[in-house]
Design a protein around this ligand. Structure first.
Ligand code: C2O
Ligand code: CU
Length: 481
C-alpha cells in the first residue's frame, strides 16, 4: 500500500512542510551505493527579521543548513567544501559514525582548511532526529549558523503515526543589537526561567552570568526571529510530528504551544515506549525532542519559548488552523500550573546494544565558572589534561556526573548513546535513551550508562561551546577493533 508519505518520498520532496526549507534527500534505489550530498560552508548575510541583518555562516547559503534525510543504515557520502576564510569540520551529532568521520579537529581529523574539501562517509544509524554542526572554533561558528537537521528514517515501521513532520531548529544569537537576555544557564528549574509557574521535579536553582557568556539578544526558530518566523499551518485533525533541535550555545528553552499539549515520543531521537503528554518541553543545548501535536483546537495560537525574554527576542511563531490564517494569536496565555517534561516521565525502549564486557565506573565532577571564570574542568582538570575514560569494546560504562558549578552542563557523548539511569538521585525504572544529559547547576547530578560499542576516541563534553573551550571535555577511549 502506498501512503502519501511514500509518494512524497519518491518525489524526493520529503514529508514535512515545504515552507520549512530546502531538503537534501539522500539515498538511491540500491542500499549499497552511497548518494553524494554536497555542502558548502561560507559566509553569508542573513536576515533574522526585517531590518535585523547579520553576518553569518551557512551551509549551502541557508540557516539552518539543508535538512538531510536518509534511511537507517543507508550509506551517506557528504562532500564538505570549505568556502570560509577559516578552517571548519562537521560533527554528526547523535549518529554512530566511524571515529574518523566524527569531525573533532585535532582528535579525529585535521581541520578542513579554507578552500579544501573533505568527504564524510558513513552508514546512517541509529534512526531518529539527529543533527550536524561545526566542531571547529565552535563557539563562533555554531553561533553564526553552521547547524542543521539530520533525520534518519527507520527501516521498520514506527509506533508513532503522524501525517507529516516539521523540524524546528532553535538557536540563540549574539548580534549586538537589542538587550541581552537573562541567563538560563542554570538550566531547567532556574528561578530566572520559569519562576513559580512550573510544576515538576526540578529544584529552583538560579543561574548566574559569568565572564564566558556572550551577550545573547536574539532567538530564532529555523533561522528567523518573530515576526519573520514561518507560521505553522494546521488542518483540524492533523497529527504533526515536531522534531525540535536545540542548536543554542547557551540558553535552555521551554517550548509551549498555547492551547495544546505536546505528546513527547522521542528523546534525542530515541523512541519512548509510549508518548508522554506535557504542557511544555524544556530543551537544553544539543538536545532534541520529537513531540506530536494533535490539531484538535482550531484557532490561532502561538508556539513560543516561555523562558524569560525569549519570545520577545524572537522565539515565537504563529500556529494557524485553516480558516484562521488572518487571525493574530493572543499574545499571552494564562498558564499557571504547567506540566513540564522530565526524564522520569518517559519510558525508554531498550534500543542500545547489550554489553558483553566488564563494567567500568567513572565519577566526573563538573567544576568551574566561579567568579565569572572561563575555566571549566572535569575533576579539576582541563582538556586535553583530563583523564580519558578507558574502555574496551563491549564494556558497560557507568558515568556519574556531579555538578559543583553555578551553571548547568548539557554533557554530550559522541559515537554512541546512553541510558539515563538517574537524575538528582532519582532512579528511573525504564531509562530514556539520549546523547545529551543536562546536569543541573549547584549540586545537580546524573548517572548514565552506555555500551562502548564504537571503537575510537570520543568527546564527552559540555555542549555549551564556551564551556567546551574552557576545558570541560573528557575523552571516552574505546579500544578494540
Ligand atoms: Cu553536538 Cu561535540 O557536539
Ligand atoms: Cu557547561
Amino acid at each position: 500500500m502506498t501512503s502519501r508519505r511514500d509518494v512524497l518520498r519518491a518525489l524526493g520532496i520529503g514529508t514535512g512542510a515545504a515552507a520549512f526549507g530546502a531538503r537534501v534527500r539522500a539515498g538511491g534505489t540500491s542500499e549499497t551505493s552511497a548518494r553524494t550530498i554536497r555542502l558548502e560552508a561560507r559566509e553569508v548575510t542573513w536576515e533574522l527579521a526585517p531590518g535585523h541583518t547579520v553576518k553569518a555562516m551557512a551551509y549551502n547559503g541557508r540557516i539552518p543548513g539543508p535538512e538531510i534525510r536518509v534511511r537507517e543504515d543507508e550509506r551517506v557520502r557528504v562532500e564538505l567544501t570549505n568556502a570560509l576564510a577559516e578552517a571548519t569540520t562537521i560533527h554528526w551529532h547523535g549518529v554512530d559514525v566511524p571515529n574518523a568521520m566524527d569531525g573533532v579537529p585535532g582528535l579525529t581529523q585535521e581541520p578542513v582548511a579554507p578552500g579544501a574539501t573533505f568527504v564524510y562517509e558513513f552508514e546512517a544509524r541509529p534512526a531518529g532526529t539527529r543533527w550536524y554542526h561545526t566542531h571547529f572554533a565552535e563557539h563562533r561558528q555554531l553561533d553564526l549558523g553552521l547547524a542543521a537537521a539530520f533525520i534518519v528514517e527507520p527501516r521498520a515501521a514506527e509506533s508513532v503515526t503522524y501525517d507529516r513532520d516539521v523540524t524546528l531548529v532553535l538557536d540563540d544569537w549574539a548580534t549586538g543589537h537589542g538587550k541581552p537576555l537573562p541567563s538560563t544557564a542554570g538550566g531547567m528549574g532556574g528561578g530566572g526561567m520559569m519562576g513559580g509557574m512550573m510544576r515538576g521535579r526540578g529544584g529552583m536553582m538560579g543561574g548566574r552570568r559569568s565572564g564566558s557568556h556572550a551577550e545573547y539578544d536574539t532567538m530564532t526558530i529555523n533561522g528567523k526571529a518573530y515576526p519573520a518566523t514561518e507560521p505553522l499551518r494546521l488542518k483540524k485533525g492533523e497529527r504533526v510530528r515536531l522534531r525540535v533541535i536545540s542548536a543554542s550555545a547557551e540558553h535552555t528553552h521551554l517550548l509551549r504551544i498555547a492551547g495544546h499539549r505536546l505528546h513527547v515520543t522521542h528523546t534525542d531521537g530515541n523512541p519512548l515506549v509510549k508518548a508522554v503528554d506535557v504542557d511544555a518541553l524544556p530543551i537544553a543545548p544539543g538536545e532534541r525532542y520529537d513531540a506530536l501535536l494533535v490539531a484538535d483546537r482550531p484557532g490561532a495560537w502561538f508556539l513560543q519559548c516561555l523562558a524569560a525574554g525569549h519570545a520577545d527576542a524572537g522565539e515565537k511563531m504563529a500556529v494557524l488552523y485553516d480558516g484562521h490564517e488572518r487571525q493574530t494569536p493572543a499574545p499571552r496565555e494564562r498558564v499557571e500550573d504547567l506540566e513540564v517534561w522530565d526524564h522520569g516521565l518517559g519510558r525508554g525502549r531498550p534500543v542500545l546494544l547489550a554489553p558483553t564486557g566488564a563494567t567500568r565506573r567513572f565519577d566526573l565532577s563538573l567544576i568551574g565558572g566561579m567568579m565569572g571564570s572561563d575555566v571549566w574542568t572535569i575533576n579539576g582538570k582541563r582538556y586535553p589534561n583530563t583523564d580519558p575514560l578507558a574502555l574496551e569494546r563491549g564494556d558497560r560504562a557507568i558515568v556519574r556526573f556531579a555538578n559543583m558549578s553555578p551553571e548547568a552542563h548539557p554533557m554530550h557523548l559522541h559515537g554512541q548513546s546512553f541510558r539515563v539511569l538517574s537524575v538528582n538521585g532519582v532512579r528511573y525504572a525504564e531509562p530514556v535513551v539520549k546523547d545529551v544529559i543536562d546536569v543541573r547547576a549547584h549540586m545537580g547530578s546524573a548517572v548514565v550508562e552506555f555500551t562502548a560499542h564504537n571503537p575510537g576516541d570520543w568527546f564527552f563534553h559540555c555542549h555549551k561551546p564556551s564551556h567546551m573551550d574552557g576545558g570541560m571535555v573528557a575523552v571516552a577511549r574505546i579500544a578494540g577493533a
